[in-house]
Design a protein around this ligand. Sequence first.
Ligand code: SF4
Length: 419
Amino acid sequence: MNVHDSERMLGVLRQAGYARVDDPLKADLIVFNTCGIREKAEQKFYSLLGRTKTMKRDNPGLKVAVAGCIAQQQGAGVKERAPYVDYVIGPQNIDRVGDALLGRKGIFTGDNPELAQKDLPAERDGYVKAWVNVMYGCNNFCSYCIVPYTRGRERSRPADNILSEIKGLAAEGFKEITLLGQNVNSYRGELSFPELLRFINDIEGIERIRFVTSHPKDLEEGLIMAMRDLEKVCEHIHLPIQSGSDRVLKHMNRKYTFDEYLRKTEWLRKAIPDIAITTDIIAGFPGETGDDHKATVSALKEIGFDGIYAFKYSIRPMTRAAEMDGHLPDEVKSERLLEILSLQDQITGARNKALQDTIQEVLVEGPSESDPEKMTGRTRTNKIVNILPSHHVVSGMLLKVRILKGQRHSLEGVAINGL
Ligand code: SF4
């Protein structure tokens, strides 16, 4: 979501006459788009921000803007801590980045319901995959999460605006669309989310459709059937479980039990046998006992996720969990996280190994970061595939690839031919 907000701020700035530079020393404006989801990101941001103070001394015309969740959460506090900051722009006000630069210094963190109605330009990286917002904000108030406070209440974007943006992207040559929303299951436009998927599926030129994120409590039959029936909707779902313990899930205000979650994964796998399921886990939530942690470990074994994003619980101001009793020492959180990650490494490795000798459809994205001789892309199930050097493989191609090696974090394969 934040990366796409950056793309849209770049689009708005481009319209206002700015161009992007690679060297911050050449910039007239530096925008920090911050993430406040964990404490570590915040510390990193303030240390980077401090460097702009000396840059401003050498270049008095330089403007500094702080955007994103930290801007929203701390508002005037950002300027108190760093008075050299010119603009503070919350995620609901990214459309204001252009206005802010017309000379009005200030703090733009108010509620902005019009954002969902506007079509902001975006300057995207590459031309193969694009993110498209379908909704903003969240109403769920999970007890550990700051998103409802920083991005505001749920607002759906009109379906016509979404469809015309995607048609435009198809005309530009984009092949894959990822629909973004904190909880796409609660999309409420003129169409339901599964209906929206059906319309996108009919757009010529778009080859793949993905979406993030789906809240387990709201995952319903209509979406599963759309995933099964629509050929462009990829066989992957990110379904954050957060914990395997019902007691912890209740304290997190997640509104499902482990059994309910498990049943939904079984339902998904029955309808779409090749589906990859990935998830998020929080290790060491306040009050988590050794038994709660064991329940998470056994949930990982029982479900066999294709991949997880796991982090230590991190206190976020304003949230209910911050006020709860039973905050755990960092060593305990680290120990539990390590156990979760090493178990999942084995599970992911085994699932990837099971793909050896299969043929997968891969959308080529560009040269591999680790080995630029190879091209890299993803399967429909969102697994990274590094493709052995071959002259005819170029970005944007859909290929059949024979998987030669299934490793812990990626697959390696050889192109058979174009699809
Ligand atoms: S559903 Fe996601 S974004 Fe919304 S409060 Fe819960 S964790 Fe945060």
